[in-house]
Design a protein around this ligand. Sequence first.
Ligand SMILES: Nc1ncnc2c1ncn2[C@@H]1O[C@H](COP(=O)(O)OP(=O)(O)OP(=O)(O)O)[C@@H](O)[C@H]1O
Ligand SMILES: [Mg+2]
Length: 242
Amino acid sequence: MEKVCYTVGGRTILTDFDMLFERGVNRTILGVSGSGKTTILKLILGLIHPQHGRIFINGLEITGQPEAAYREQRKKIAVVFQGGALFDSMTVGENVGYRLFEEGRLPEARIEEIVREKLRFVGVEPALNLYPAELSGGMKKRVAIARALAADPEYIFFDEPTTGLDPIGVYNIVSLMRRLQQDGKTTLMVTHDLATAFATSQRFSLIHESRLAFEGSEAELRASELYNVKEFLKPTDQSLFV
Ligand SMILES: Nc1ncnc2c1ncn2[C@@H]1O[C@H](COP(=O)(O)OP(=O)(O)OP(=O)(O)O)[C@@H](O)[C@H]1O
Ligand SMILES: [Mg+2]
């Protein structure tokens, strides 16, 4: 993202925002609630469009282009949305296979195989024929991850994957993310959960007041003398975030 500006409903969400997301470098975008983290993911996916600035995927500019022009690049990215966003009227298996069924390129039996394989990977294969309403929050998140994996993406975006989970649920998601990284996937996560961020990422971007307030490694983040960074890591009573 190069100098991206995004305004919605008269509010400036991003100003001259720069971010380089590289293959093999797992990154976390940090920022308080409402700071624009989910917005960044939507901009990269082309679901919303910036007023200024440029966005590239694998070197191909997506800003100002019709979706057809970058569809192949876009396919390399999968998203695990905040809250999972599963289809309630479909079973777990149908949710996971949805995109492959829609594309209609693979025989049904092969899709079923892929669905089972992905559900096994996230540890919820027995839930194949259940509906989302029958699952716990942690299981829903894992099914959402299985769905993202079905299309065999290179890059996976995680929007607050651990929010609302108990410590075991958080541990499960962290180990899943690590296994994906070992399998050669690159992750971009949005969260305010610092422990998960440090357990899964090498680089960190902090948004504050519509700008990139910090970019760097964990050691640089922890050692930062920037007021915004210190307040985010260790808020005080006088915090500007309170
Ligand atoms: N369609 C819209 N109209 C008006 N404001 C919007 C719209 N979409 C998003 N916003 C505002 O943009 C800001 C950034 O939203 P975004 O969802 O990116 O925040 P976030 O950092 O992901 O927050 P959270 O941590 O709570 O998920 C919020 O203040 C939100 O209210
Ligand atoms: Mg969000």
